[in-house]
Ligand binder design. Structure first.
Ligand code: 5GP
Length: 201
């Protein structure tokens, strides 16, 4: 049985990461999206156990202390983290697992799991990034400025990632397919396909 691999997809606000990941998961049912735990409040329409596991700060800290988090971070004054057990079980059962997480968590996994594959999604340029952040029309100027600066800081970490994929306007499906091709290419690495030799000797 082909062994499952771990793929991390990061992308700053304005990268369109949510849409791309949804597209990827809906189209390729063999991929499993890890459901993170968070202490932030659910947004309208979000469901416990589907979008996140919404837990208290005390519960989250208890899980950290018991070593149940593969990685975790604080973002906008809330904890976010990946439950270790679900990820390792899915991989043992042959599923490729996708983590949609920010850069700090991605760096923790990179140190912990050498076979993890890091993919960064970016907007095409800073003008598009800014217009996407403003396009939502819901945030105040100082919040937009903060998100813009943070997005640029995250993109500076690009070379820590294995792959980068640009998400142009209206091309989420194309972007998802590029990511899918990366997933398939990773499985063809000779470190996973050595057993082919045995068929010839
Ligand atoms: P949001 O509150 O908008 O759902 O997510 C905020 C940020 O937290 C996003 O960049 C998202 O990718 C990141 N995030 C979500 N889950 C996790 C997680 O389990 N670990 C880490 N490190 N980041 C996460």
């Amino acid at each position: 049985m082909r062994k499952g691999l771990l793929f991390i997809i990061s992308g700053p606000a304005g990268s369109g990461k949510g849409t791309v990941v949804r597209e990827l998961i809906e189209k390729h049912k063999e991929l499993k999206l890890s459901i993170s735990a968070t202490t932030r409040e659910p947004r309208a329409g979000e469901v416990h156990g589907v979008h996140y596991y919404y837990i208290s700060k005390e519960e989250f800290e208890d899980r950290i202390n018991k070593g149940k988090m593969l990685e975790y971070t604080t973002y906008s004054q809330n904890y976010y983290g990946t439950p270790e057990k679900e990820v390792s079980e899915a991989m043992e059962n042959g599923f490729d697992v996708i983590l949609e997480i920010e850069v700090d968590g991605a760096m923790q996994i990179k140190k912990k799991l050498e076979n993890s594959v890091l993919i960064m999604l970016t907007p095409p340029n800073s003008q598009v990034l800014e217009s996407r952040l403003r396009g939502r029309g819901t945030e105040k100027e100082d919040v937009i400025k903060w998100r813009l600066e943070r997005a640029k800081e995250e993109i500076k970490l690009l070379t820590e990632y294995d792959y980068s994929v640009v998400n142009n306007d209206n091309e989420a499906d194309k972007c998802a397919e590029t990511i899918y091709s990366i997933i398939n290419a990773e499985h063809q690495k000779t470190k996973y396909t050595k057993s082919i030799i045995e068929k010839f000797i």
